[in-house]
Design a protein around this ligand. Structure first.
Ligand SMILES: NC(=O)C1=CN([C@@H]2O[C@H](COP(=O)(O)OP(=O)(O)OC[C@H]3O[C@@H](n4cnc5c(N)ncnc54)[C@H](OP(=O)(O)O)[C@@H]3O)[C@@H](O)[C@H]2O)C=CC1
Ligand SMILES: CC(=O)N[C@@H](CCC(=O)OP(=O)(O)O)C(=O)O
Length: 326
């Protein structure tokens, strides 16, 4: 059984992955951690999230002492922390010999030049970044097995890339256009005005400037137009993507391309039927639906996931299982 420390465990993705690890016989929880000055240190996770009343874990401050204990006792750490926090913690734990599963974006680009532009910091650990593998589980299994530094894919990129990657041989120079809507948990648990109940109303944001645009483009190998929207629901992402395919591409070609998921239990693909967010929330699943007009060459594909599950926690667990071979 592998022992796992969860850092940022009081947040939405941290609490979610704690519940998944708690329920998995291959893993045990070494400890749950928050920042040293956290208002939640010493509190029980179940006091923050009564839905987890079956778990007795307490949130500990991530002191230097706690870090040493993690190194002595754990096989891996999950970082459910913001990008700049993960940047430093991932490098430190990696250098101590632990496997690191980072839910943030701090290690998702191989190119250090991307970080100042999209994350507002210089990447201070290029040597660890060089070891990092993108944790899009269905597409990167072999590499996830081979490295101890896994940058779990982002939420919108997971929904978008699972829909688009099978189509790569048929894409033209025209950019796929991705319109995606996320539930409010995508913005994390901390209080912010724009995620207040009274403020939330369906609207685009980050237009032509969201950090997930280059993440999708990098891991697809093709530029895209990406427009995220904030929806007035708690969990889930629906990405609806319009793309023009190469002249001569047939419906059978598309069918065959998506058959890559026939052996993947988590990804379900339907032709002429479209997914609903409610069918995937609280599950690790991705539901994809597509329709193609061979005359115009236009294909519309929609992809639904739970942002906290396949978009973060359950994909993190999937990567852990691949890495540890369980
Ligand atoms: N929400 C989502 O749908 C998704 C989120 N992600 C990524 O996952 C990460 C976590 O996101 P989310 O769960 O939403 O964030 P939250 O804001 O909900 O939680 C952040 C957690 O980090 C803790 N924390 C903050 N600073 C430190 C520190 N210095 N040391 C240890 N713990 C710290 C917080 O506790 P405290 O401040 O009390 O210490 C809290 O437990 C982010 O990088 C995010 O981008 C990825 C995919 C989807
Ligand atoms: C609704 C909302 O605000 N969503 C977040 C994306 C979720 C997230 O935390 O992004 P990562 O997957 O890159 O970690 C945003 O747009 O920044």
């Amino acid at each position: 059984m592998k022992s796992i420390a969860i850092i940022g465990a009081s947040g939405y993705t941290g609490a979610q992955i704690t519940s998944l690890i708690n329920a998995d016989s291959h893993f045990s929880v070494q400890g749950l951690y928050v920042s040293e000055n956290s208002l939640d240190k010493g509190r029980k996770l179940a006091d923050l999230y009564p839905t987890y009343s079956h778990m007795a874990y307490t949130l500990s401050p991530l002191s230097d002492e706690a870090k040493k204990q993690i190194v002595a006792e754990a096989d891996a750490v999950i970082l459910a922390t913001e990008h700049s926090v993960s940047l430093e913690l991932a490098a430190w734990f990696y250098q101590q010999g632990l496997a690191v599963f980072d839910l943030s974006g701090a290690y998702r680009f191989a190119d250090v030049a991307q970080y100042p532009k999209w994350y507002g910091f210089e990447h201070t650990h290029p040597e660890v970044l060089a070891e990092a593998v993108y944790g899009l589980a269905e597409w990167n299994r072999e590499k996830i097995k081979q490295t101890r530094m896994i940058a779990v894919a982002g939420c919108y990129p997971t929904a978008s890339l699972l829909a688009l990657k099978p189509l790569k041989p048929f894409l033209t120079s025209m950019y796929p256009v991705i319109n995606a809507v996320s539930g409010v948990t995508g913005a994390g648990r901390k209080a912010q005005l724009h995620t207040n109940f009274c403020e939330v109303s369906l609207t685009p944001y980050g237009v032509l400037g969201h950090r997930h645009q280059p993440e999708i483009a990098t891991h697809l190998g093709q530029e895209v137009i990406f427009t995220p929207h904030l929806g007035n629901f708690k969990r889930g992402i629906l990405a609806t993507i319009t793309v023009q395919l190469k002249p001569g591409t047939t419906e059978a070609d598309v069918e065959k391309a998506y058959s890559v998921y026939d052996s993947e239990p988590i990804v379900t693909v339907k032709h002429n039927m479209f997914p609903k967010v409610d069918d995937v929330v609280h599950t690790p699943n991705c539901h994809i639906g597509w329709k193609y007009d061979a005359n115009s060459g236009y294909l519309v594909v929609a992809s639904a996931i739970d942002n906290l599950m396949k978009g973060a926690a359950s994909q993190g667990l999937q990567c852990m299982k691949i890495h540890f071979g369980v």
